[in-house]
Design a protein around this ligand. Structure first.
Ligand code: URP
Ligand code: ZN
Ligand code: ZN
Length: 483
């Protein structure tokens, strides 16, 4: 008796990678791509992808799942619902955040976060760290050890009282990134400017959600972006500026690149598809649904972001999925109240809609190439965070994480989504495509109609060194008696 050569063959696919588009059959065994060619022998299962584009499964390198919040606020999505939504939207790897609380050890934060994810994720996952308390113990021992163990990226905040670092602390943390080859992600907004503007707005009784946008104008993002770039230059280490919202931060990043600095950048769907008007044109509380930071800007800035996606300025396109229910005392109405904008939990859902929005309006809208789409949504995030080539590409040896695209009109309705959030900010948005199949490690987890839980849960991925980076030499050995 002869056994099929493959567990699955995806046949006649129009395969797109970050560099090429070609017709091929994909032979899959034990969750990996083992052969790419034409007229491959039969598999135990066959999928005919004739006439359809097949891309790598998405790598969503910025999403928040079950991240502990100060009570009564709680994220609506845990690893079960969040990764179910990811799979149904074509994302097969997620990288959420293990966030250190001030006073907490980083190790404890990581252990807690593993408990939240283990056995509950439906796609593979890795963790970024959030460093909010860079004590000597964290800088000297915990962070270097965790980087070695597979947590090779971390986020630092320049705003939010409970998370922000001052410039000296940022320099200390960036020095660790340099020495140990980690990727530092930066949330760039000037905290003091925001606090000052917020006080003024509140004194004038301007507390409705739309004033959130006025408390965080582009200037505060521009200043912090410039400062983050300068701090990274001083330490001589790369940074990745996350959730870039518009022209002023983009200009800083273009300037840095022109100087030859290794400054990478991320943007997100909210800066393409939402605008300041979505925070409200009157004082309606409904705008709370779109309160995120930095806030969505105006339509002209959406074009600036599209330009940066097309011309290579942006390195990665992430969802920044931060799932809070609107009509909930745990969400946008903390304790059941409509609160002043400064107390509205920041963040919007988007893990399931990220891929289809960019494919529809980017690729099929003629704004970016199919290969650039793959680069932004899968290959570059996998490279930036040390998961490539296992993740983020279609190649022999890579995990069989694939999206088979269905082109055709569709409208985003929250009722059709699989997250646990009571709304989507993209309700009613017309799309030109949606994943027809999502395959994660060789198993169909989304069949175009239904989520199909994989036979075994998503696995934790230890990240290696970022491969987007040039090799950065170690800091010169320190002299003197302070070690
Ligand atoms: O408003 C946002 N972006 N919330 C999520 C947390 C963050 O800063 O990314
Ligand atoms: Zn942020
Ligand atoms: Zn975020």
């Amino acid at each position: 008796m002869s056994f099929p050569a493959f567990d699955l063959v995806v046949r006649h696919a129009r395969v797109a990678t970050a560099s090429d588009t070609f017709e091929a059959d994909l032979g899959i065994r034990d969750g990996r791509i083992v052969q790419i060619g034409t007229q491959l022998p039969a598999g135990a299962r066959e999928i005919d992808a004739a006439g359809r584009v097949v891309t790598p499964g998405g790598v969503d390198a910025h999403c928040h799942l079950d991240q502990p919040m100060a009570p009564p606020v709680r994220m609506a999505d845990d690893f079960d619902s969040g990764t179910r939504a990811a799979a149904c939207g074509g994302t097969t790897t997620v990288i959420p955040f293990a966030a250190q609380e001030k006073g907490q050890s980083l190790r404890a934060a990581v252990a807690d976060y593993h408990r939240r994810a283990e056995g509950r994720a439906h796609v593979d996952y890795a963790f970024h760290l959030i460093v909010s308390d860079p004590t000597p113990q964290v800088l000297g021992e915990e962070l270097p050890a965790l980087i070695r163990e597979g947590y090779s990226s971390f986020k630092i905040y320049m705003t939010y009282d409970e998370l922000k670092l001052d410039d000296g602390q940022i320099l200390d943390v960036l020095a660790v990134a340099r020495q140990h080859g980690a990727m530092a992600m930066v949330h760039a907004e000037n905290a003091d400017c925001i606090a000052w503007l917020t006080k003024k707005l509140e004194a004038a009784g301007q507390t409705a959600p739309r004033f959130h946008g006025l408390s965080r104008p582009m200037l505060v993002e521009r200043e912090a972006t410039h400062r983050a770039i300068a701090l990274a230059e001083l330490v001589d280490t790369p940074i990745l500026v996350v959730h870039v919202s518009g022209r002023e931060a983009v200009e800083q990043i273009r300037w840095a690149r022109a100087q030859g600095l290794k400054v990478f950048a991320e943007t997100c769907p909210q800066y393409l598809f939402l605008s300041a008007e979505d925070l409200g044109i009157d004082n309606s509380y409904l705008g709370a649904r779109c309160v995120c930071s930095p806030p969505p800007r105006d339509k002209a800035n959406q074009q600036v972001i599209w330009d940066g996606l097309a011309d290579g300025l942006f390195t990665v396109f992430s969802s920044d999925h931060a799932p809070f229910n609107y009509d909930s005392p745990e969400g946008k109405k903390p304790g059941g109240q409509e609160v002043a904008f400064r107390h509205i939990p920041n963040g919007i859902p988007g893990i399931e809609t990220r891929m289809a929005l960019l494919y529809s309006e980017g690729v099929l809208g003629g704004r970016i190439t199919l290969n650039r789409f793959v680069e932004l949504t899968a290959t570059n995030p996998a490279k930036a965070y040390g998961l490539h080539p296992r993740k983020g590409t279609i190649a022999v040896g890579a995990d069989a994480d694939l999206v088979v695209w269905d082109e055709g009109e569709r409208v985003i309705r929250n009722a059709d989504l699989h997250h646990a959030v009571d709304h989507t900010p993209y309700e009613g948005q017309r799309l030109r495509a949606w994943p027809g199949l999502t395959i994660a490690r060789g198993e169909v987890v989304w069949d175009g109609q239904d989520f199909r839980p994989p036979s075994r849960p998503g696995q934790f991925l230890a990240c290696g060194a970022p491969t987007l980076l040039p090799r950065v030499a170690a800091l010169p050995a320190r002299t003197g008696t302070d070690g």
